[in-house]
Each structure stands twice: as C-alpha cells, then as structure tokens.
Design a protein around this ligand. Structure first.
Ligand SMILES: [Zn+2]
Length: 332
C-alpha cells in the first residue's frame, strides 16, 4: 500500500468515526444535512452522470448498472442490496426500464426516497404499438404461437429510452435538482446552480446536434439498430427508426431467421448506407445483417449505457455528441 492510499484509508476511518459520533439523527447513515454527502443511488450510468452533474460534491453516488451494462437484463448482486439500504435517495428511470428494481428495493429493506426522473417527460408509446396493421396482426399471431404474451407486459406501455432527446435530459435534471434540494435543503442553492449550468450545456448540445444532423441527406435519415432505443432521438431530430427489430430487444436474445430476413429486406429497400451496433449488445448479429444487406456497420453507438471512463461515451454529453457525429458520418 503506498502512502497516499494509506492516508486515504486512515482518513476514511477517522471520518467514519466522526460521522458516527455526530450521527444520531436516526437516518441510518444516509448522509445528508449535517451528516456528510447525501448517499444516492442511480440505477444506470447515464442517469448517474446527470445526478453527478447536479449533486457534485454534496452527494455520494453509487450507480447500479455500470458502463456498457444492459439495464434490461441486469441481475443485481448481493452488494446492490447494501447499496440501496444505505441510500437516502434512489433515482430511477421508470417506464419499465428497471424491471428488477422493485424486488431489489423490497429485499434491501431500504427506506430511500424513490424518485422517478421521467415523471414529467412527455412519453412516446413503445415502438410495437406504432406498427402498421399488417405488422400488428403478424406479431399478434406470432405471440400466440410462441406464447410470448407475458413478456410484453413487462415492457410497459411507454418507451423508456427518453434520454436520447437532450430536452428530456433537461426535464430529468430538474427532477434530480428538486429531489436533492428536498433531501438536503442546506445545499439547495448549490443544486440549483449546478443544474442551471448543466442545463445550459445540454441546450448547447442540442443546438450542436441539430446542426450536425442537418448535414444528413433526408433520404438517409433512417436508423437501423439492434434494439429499439432511438425513438425520442428520432422524434427530436427528424429521423425514422426502423422497427423491424423492435420486438427483439436485448431481453429476448437474437432475432429469428425470419426477423433477420425482414430486416435485411427493409435495409435494402430503404437505401441507407449504414446500420448501427450498440455498446450494450454483441455486434455479431448486426455484422451478419449488414453484410447480408450489403451496407456498412457503423461504429457502435452508446445507447442504454455510457462507455468506460476515458471513452468517447464517458459522459452523457460526450455520448450524445459521439452518437450524432457517428450517425451523421455513416449516413452521408
Ligand atoms: Zn433499451
């Protein structure tokens, strides 16, 4: 152990005893007013970054589903129980994104305030509901045969991927700001200030994105991805999302031969030069589809999770910037 780490440990022990001595608020070590930083949990990395930007040094953040992790298929570890039970506030996306959270929260015995950050976001229905009649019938039939009806209920009726529209990120940030101010009124001004600064960065990001997508020829503004995550992005920036793979989310595994054939056909018909893999799923499937359809497989986009620290998707802002430039270049 080098000296710095030793000092950090010693300091940590001292701090813990001091905090324990000052405690007695009955808060069960949840931090907050007079007890050090507020302990908060964010369910996934993108949300964690938004919380970090608002909370800054006044919060101690734990993120459950880390970089490149898939929240749809996440399986909590025992340590996640402890993280929840120690938290004062839990920030969650809601809209059926974290299907595992209710159980985890229940079993952890946590008394943390649960804050659904999409509460005031204008939601879109899940893509499946946007299918034409023909598709809907086909899928209904498919479900009866395959007996998948139960899975659909878990998806929820709204598309959870709200964060791909920076305007929604602003709404999420406001929710985070208000929840932190309530949990820790002493630092409410700091949260207010941080949120304001960050929102102005998000507005710049939006303007920048708009400028860049404007360079993509209208005919090429269709996104083919391995699961249906860009609905809100498409809505904001005038893209189409092809829903051929909408029913094949990361939860349900690889597409069937029939679904693959359908996708290849639609890619060929659309005339787009490229399709996209994602950081949260294996690119193998998309590689096969791209080569079959004779199009390029663009570098993977960051979709439901940030990238590792230092990567081009290390923060929410970097992720959006990277996604927009990757799409804009690939679809020229
Ligand atoms: Zn997703």
């Amino acid at each position: 152990m080098d000296l710095r780490r030793l000092l950090a440990v010693v300091f940590g022990v001292l701090l813990t005893s001091v905090l324990a001595a000052c405690g007695g608020g009955g808060g069960g070590g949840q931090g907050g007013p007079g007890g050090g930083p507020v302990r908060v949990v964010a369910t996934y990395s993108i949300l964690g970054d938004l919380v970090e930007n608002v909370g800054g040094e006044n919060v101690e953040l734990t993120t459950l589903v880390g970089p490149n992790g898939d929240a749809h298929t996440f399986e909590p570890a025992p340590s996640d129980n402890a993280r929840l039970s120690e938290a004062g506030v839990v920030f969650e996306n809601g809209l059926g994104f974290e299907t595992w959270l209710d159980d985890l929260y229940g079993s952890s015995g946590s008394e943390a305030e649960r804050v659904v950050v999409t509460e005031n976001v204008e939601t879109l229905p899940v893509a499946e509901e946007e299918h034409g009649d023909e598709h809907a019938e086909e899928e209904a039939g498919h479900e009866e045969e395959g007996g998948h009806a139960g899975e659909e209920e878990e998806h929820g009726e709204y598309d959870p991927h709200v964060w791909h529209d920076p305007a929604n990120a602003v709404v999420m940030v406001q929710e985070i700001r208000d929840a932190l101010a309530e949990a820790d009124p002493e630092n409410a001004e700091a949260y207010e200030r941080n949120a304001e600064e960050y929102v102005s960065e998000l507005e710049d990001l939006d303007a920048e994105a708009r400028e860049q997508v404007d360079t993509v020829p209208e005919d090429n503004r269709t996104l083919f991805t391995s699961h249906d995550t860009f609905g809100y992005f498409a809505e904001r920036y005038g893209f189409e999302v092809d829903t051929a793979l909408a029913s094949v989310s990361t939860e349900t595994g690889d597409p069937s031969a029939g679904e693959t054939a359908e996708l290849v056909e639609e890619i060929e018909a659309s005339g787009v030069p490229a399709i996209f893999a994602e950081n949260v799923s294996d690119p193998g499937v998309m590689e096969g589809i791209a080569s079959e359809a004779g199009v390029e497989l663009a570098p993977a986009l960051y979709t439901d999770a940030l990238g590792e620290p230092g990567s081009e998707g290390a923060t929410y802002i970097r992720m959006v910037r990277y996604n927009v430039s990757t799409m804009s270049e690939a679809l020229q």
